[in-house]
Each structure stands twice: as C-alpha cells, then as structure tokens.
Design a protein around this ligand. Structure first.
Ligand SMILES: Cc1cc2nc3c(=O)[nH]c(=O)nc-3n(C[C@H](O)[C@H](O)[C@H](O)COP(=O)(O)OP(=O)(O)OC[C@H]3O[C@@H](n4cnc5c(N)ncnc54)[C@H](O)[C@@H]3O)c2cc1C
Length: 420
C-alpha cells in the first residue's frame, strides 16, 4: 500500500478544508495535505457562480469560484499539498491516519499528526421526504440542477416548481428564470422562509416568483416525465388540509429540502455526534471527542454563509497544527454549551476552560422567527454576554462571543428571549 506522512491531513477540499489547510500552515505545520475526491479544489463553490460570497470576510461581493480561488492561491503560496481524485474511505482516530483510494496510487494510507474533517454535506432527496405519486424523470435536487446548468451547460426543464425556500432553492429559482425557464412557484411547508431574507428579495421578489408558505407538494404526476404536481396548504402540524389541493402543470420539480452532513466516516470512527446537527460535537478548538481529530464547515453544522465557515475552519486548522506540534492546551475542565429558549443548537457544544481568555464565538440557530429579542449566554445566573436583535430567523445563523475565563463551573445556556 502507498503511504504518505504529513503533519496535518485535511479530508475535503471545499472552502472549509482550504481555510483549515491555510491556517494550519500559517500556524507552523510542516506538511499539510488536503485529500479531495473531486478532480479540483473548491467544493460546492465551484458550481455557485452567483455573487454573495465574502461579504464579511473580504468585505467584497464575490462569486463562489472567485472566493474559492482566493483560498486556492493562498494554499499554493503557503505550500499546502493536495491529493485530488482521492476518496477517503476510513478515518482511524486512534492512529491518526486516513485510508483513501487514489486514482494514481490506488489504496493509500495517510499518516498524520492531526486530521481535520471537512467533508461538507449532501442534499436530501425525494426518497428522504417520501413524496407520493409516480416516479417520472424531471425530479432533481436543486444542487444537482445547479451543477448541470452551471458546470455542464444543461438545463433540466422549462416549467418548474421548487419545493423548499432554502438558499439553494431560491438561488435556483432565479438561475432557472435567467436561463428562460418559468418558475411557477416556490413552495415552503413552514410558515416562514427557510433561507436568507436577502435571497428572497434578490431571487424571488425581483423576478415576481411567488412564494407559497405553509404549503407542500402532496403528489407528483406523470409517466415518462413529470406532467405536474399537486400542492396543498398545511396546518400547524404540517399536515395537508383537505380541500386545498391545487394542480400545477410543470415538467420539473426541484427539491431544496435540506442538507445532510457527510458524516459516515465520522460515525465509523466512533466520534461523538450531535443528534441535532448530525455533525460531530466540538469544543472551541473545533476538536472532536477523538483526540487528534478536528472538524469544520458543513460537516459540523449546515452554514448559510461561507464567511462563517472560513473563520470556524481557520480555528480548526490552526488547532490541528498546534495539536500536531504538542502545543494545544490540554482539556482541563469542560463546560457544556446548552441550547436554551428558542435555540435549536449551538456550535461549539463544549468549551474547555482554563485554556486562556481568547473569546469564543458561539454559532447557533433559533427555532422560531421572532422580533425584538435579547440574545444572551448565561452561566449559573451570571450573564456572560448579551446583545439585542431586531429579528431572528431559523434560516440565518446567529452568533455571540463569550470569554471562557468568565465561565463559572457548570454549563452555559444560550437563549433568545423577549425583552422584559
Ligand atoms: C447552492 C448554494 C448556494 C450558496 N450560496 C451562498 C452564498 O451566496 N453566500 C455564502 O456565503 N454561502 C453560500 N453557500 C454556503 C457555502 O457555500 C457553504 O457553507 C460552504 O461551501 C461549505 O463548505 P464546506 O467546505 O464545508 O463544504 P463543501 O463545499 O461541500 O466541500 C466539501 C468537500 O469535501 C469533499 N469530500 C466529501 N467527502 C469526501 C471523502 N470521503 N473523501 C474526499 N473528499 C471528500 C467534497 O468533494 C467537497 O469538495 C451556498 C451553498 C450552496 C450549496
């Protein structure tokens, strides 16, 4: 078997893996190797040709390929190596090594001082949400349709309905309209928008595409090809309301119904997982429950903005480099970060205390949209940090920074409450 040794091995060469690799190098790691199954670096950003990337990190509006390109250039400058066309099959957390199959070398073992997991996520499909009806051609996930149009110049249909108001669904509504297709409606089961408000304005409102909240697709019709879909209003329990069914003739249904972090490798490595995010639980160093294994990006939790992915991944890469060099603070006592009122989850889920007073940014999503709220982190009745927010939305990631040196023994709770 072919063998490679390095200080930090990064699994996945999307924006998370690239940022982690660059940061590991800047932190002083010798050999840093990205292992990527695709024939190019950049991950999902290669197909995201729309602008909207880098607004906070670069204070500029870039396209996905432009954003990824900047990190690829930096990675090259820093001397990061990449093993492309290499599918990672196993992560051995105990031995800190990775098994992959490479197009040129065959089965390859990469032995590393530390490993960073950055495998991103995949889309939920029709099978995941079980839409009844026939099984004709013309049902695509929005990301697949995006790849086909943006990278292979193939349009998937002419008249379409999009299920799901997440960012990919809304961006594809605009993309398909610009390509001459008719997007009849974007249908959303929740009574609120799943993605960013700015995407509703720029991708739906500007093109007159109707958004039907509290609606879902109840049936797909067609034999060889989709001929139409049935949609219906849903009640508070998301159950279709009899008598509200409406038939929409179309040749295509695009599904933008959520992302699943790619964690088969993580689970097989017996790393502790969060049942809410379906990603590994991490501390402020993005260190998982397995020593020497770090994680970042969409494999940890689904991010709306690549800028947040970058910041979090730089932390993971730098921490992995410090671990490989034996310089990462050993876990003293650990505080759990709990999701309190109107908070679905937090990342990180743990904070190592006694490891300095560098502020830790807690990323989280709310459960319900709300206006005029206070976001706060509380430890044993002591408010560690708080700020006001005019509105919060499950589709938009929130964050709050806390000083770990101020944490009393015990847990921290992040909560979003109405102003007294
Ligand atoms: C359609 C769409 C539109 C978006 N629009 C915006 C926007 O306008 N602005 C913004 O800021 N953000 C946007 N985002 C979000 C942003 O792109 C993501 O948060 C970010 O790309 C996640 O980066 P990642 O590196 O974690 O994952 P990915 O980009 O998915 O990269 C993961 C990489 O890991 C590789 N990999 C996975 N498993 C293996 C394995 N076993 N072996 C080897 N390699 C593996 C994959 O091939 C891939 O290259 C958008 C996302 C999508 C999908």
């Amino acid at each position: 078997m072919y063998e490679i040794a390095c200080d930090v091995a990064v699994v996945g060469g999307g924006p998370a893996g690239l940022a982690a690799a660059v940061a590991a190098k800047k932190e002083g790691a010798g050999e840093v190797l990205i292992i990527e199954r695709d024939s190019a670096l950049g991950g999902i950003l290669q197909q995201c040709i729309h602008p909207g990337f880098g607004l906070t990190y670069y204070n500029e509006e870039l396209t996905g390929p432009e954003y990824a390109g900047r990190f690829e250039e930096e990675a090259e400058k820093e001397g990061v190596k990449a093993l492309l066309n290499s599918m990672v099959l196993e992560v051995d957390a105990q031995r800190s090594q990775v098994l992959c199959v490479n197009a040129q070398y065959g089965m390859t073992t990469v032995k590393a001082g530390a490993v960073v997991l950055a495998m991103g996520c995949r889309e939920r499909t029709r099978a995941n949400i079980m839409i009844p009806g026939t099984r004709p051609a013309g049902v695509y996930t929005a990301g697949t349709a995006q790849r086909l149009i943006n990278r292979q110049n193939e349009i998937v249909g002419r008249t379409m309905v999009i299920l799901g108001s997440g960012d990919i669904g809304m961006i594809m509504a605009r993309r398909m309209t610009l390509e001459g297709a008719k997007v009849v409606a974007v249908v959303e089961i929740m009574d609120y928008l799943a993605g960013l408000t700015r995407n509703k304005v720029q991708c739906l409102d500007d093109f007159g595409i109707p958004l039907k909240l509290s609606h879902t697709v109840t049936r797909i019709q067609g034999n060889e090809r989709v001929e139409g879909v049935w949609i219906a209003a849903v009640d508070g329990q998301k159950v279709p309301i009899p008598g509200t069914e409406e038939y929409i003739p179309c040749d295509t249904l695009l599904l933008s119904v959520g992302l699943i972090p790619e964690n088969e490798l993580t689970r097989a490595a017996k790393i502790e997982m969060s049942p809410v995010t379906n990603g590994p639980e991490v501390n402020q160093f993005m260190e998982t429950s397995a020593p020497a294994v770090f994680a970042c990006g969409n494999v940890v939790h689904v991010n709306d903005l690549v800028d947040n992915v970058t910041v979090e991944s730089m932390k993971a890469g730098a921490s992995a480099a410090r671990y490989a060099a034996g310089n990462l603070p050993a876990a003293g006592s650990t505080a759990s970060v709990k999701a309190g009122e109107n908070v679905r989850y937090t990342c990180p889920q743990r904070i190592v205390t006694g490891a300095g007073d560098e502020k830790v940014t807690l990323y989280f999503r709310v459960l319900q949209p709300e206006k005029d709220v206070v976001i706060r982190a509380v430890s044993k009745g002591h408010v560690l940090a708080k700020r006001k927010a005019v509105r919060v939305n499950p589709g938009e990631m929130e964050h709050l920074a806390v000083n770990p040196a101020e944490i009393a023994d015990g847990d921290i709770t992040v909560e979003v409450v109405k102003e007294a």
